[in-house]
Design a protein around this ligand. Structure first.
Ligand code: ADP
Ligand code: MG
Length: 268
């Protein structure tokens, strides 16, 4: 049994406070959905929990089974059992999925001898073409293939808690169903899931136990799956003032995206 505990988390990007005190607890086998309009801070939450560079933590805590995650570099958070499925998976020319997963296994002290078979079996299960396993990671893949690939990596690594940032963005309905079902199966086997989404569409495939609504960096409502249904009928307007539903223009001085190390990209 594992628990990710987020308490009073406040964080800023380029000097602007985005997360204004987030409390969330996700335990093994639970599916929590965080839903919110564009610009609410959903991706910022996933980035701060995983330790993406460029975000400043202003207060609060993030622990996994009592261990302080905020004190660790991204790769150590991943080895501890956190995994992020990114909204926009990175393309990594020159590095194959097998290379990346071999590194990730090595970082965990896991034997890599059966890795190729494991990847092949998972690829078949998620509907990812085996020939992509040897090619540069995500390069020239469609949106759906990238998300199948991300889901495959998660299944092979077997984290304790996974954060899925808009798994449903940029993929067709078949890929969405296949990915959501794989995550659902993993949650039935004990994975704790924090699924971040703008639309309730994903939640018809991946059934949440708890739904939280995030507006302007705060959770303004929490409840059961019925909250997603209410959102579907009433929209975010029922949960926030109109001015809070307009995404701020991106701050002009966005930090330059670092190419990042393998560790950052794959959370190995
Ligand atoms: P969501 O994922 O809910 O759409 P984000 O977390 O991406 O929202 O963004 C929340 C706010 O933070 C937005 O106003 C966005 O412009 C700002 N923001 C996020 N990341 C950066 C960044 N790297 N540089 C500048 N502003 C950012
Ligand atoms: Mg986002």
């Amino acid at each position: 049994m594992s628990t990710l505990e987020i308490r009073g988390l406040r964080a800023s990007v380029v000097g602007k406070e985005i997360l204004q005190g987030i409390d969330l607890t996700v335990s093994s086998g639970e599916v929590h959905a965080v839903m919110g309009p564009n610009g609410a801070g959903k991706s910022t939450l996933s980035a701060v929990v995983m330790g993406k560079p460029g975000y400043q933590v202003l207060g609060g805590s993030v622990t996994l089974d009592g261990r302080d995650m905020l004190a660790l570099p991204t790769w150590e958070r991943a080895v501890a059992g956190l995994h992020l499925v990114m909204q926009y998976p990175s393309e990594v020319p020159g590095v194959s999925l097998i290379d990346a997963m071999s590194e990730a296994f090595a970082a965990r002290g896991r034997d890599t001898s059966g890795l190729a078979d494991l990847l092949g079996a998972e690829a078949d299960r998620i509907g990812f073409e085996r020939r992509f396993l040897e090619r540069s990671l995500n390069v020239d893949l469609s949106g759906g293939e990238k998300k199948r690939n991300e889901t495959l990596q998660m299944a092979v690594l077997g984290p304790k808690i996974a954060i899925l940032d808009e798994l449903d963005s940029g993929l067709d309905i078949d890929a969405l169903r296949d990915c959501a079902r794989r995550v659902e199966d993993m949650s039935n086997e004990g994975l704790g899931v924090l699924v971040i989404t703008h639309y309730s569409r994903l939640l018809t495939e991946l059934k949440p136990d708890h739904v939280h609504i995030l507006v302007k960096g705060r959770i303004v409502a929490s409840g059961g799956p019925e909250l997603a249904d209410q959102l579907d009928t009433d929209g975010y307007a029922a949960f926030a003032a109109p001015e809070d539903l307009v995404a701020d223009a991106p701050t002009p001085a966005r930090p330059v995206e670092r190419p990042g190390s393998l560790n950052d990209l794959f959370a190995i």
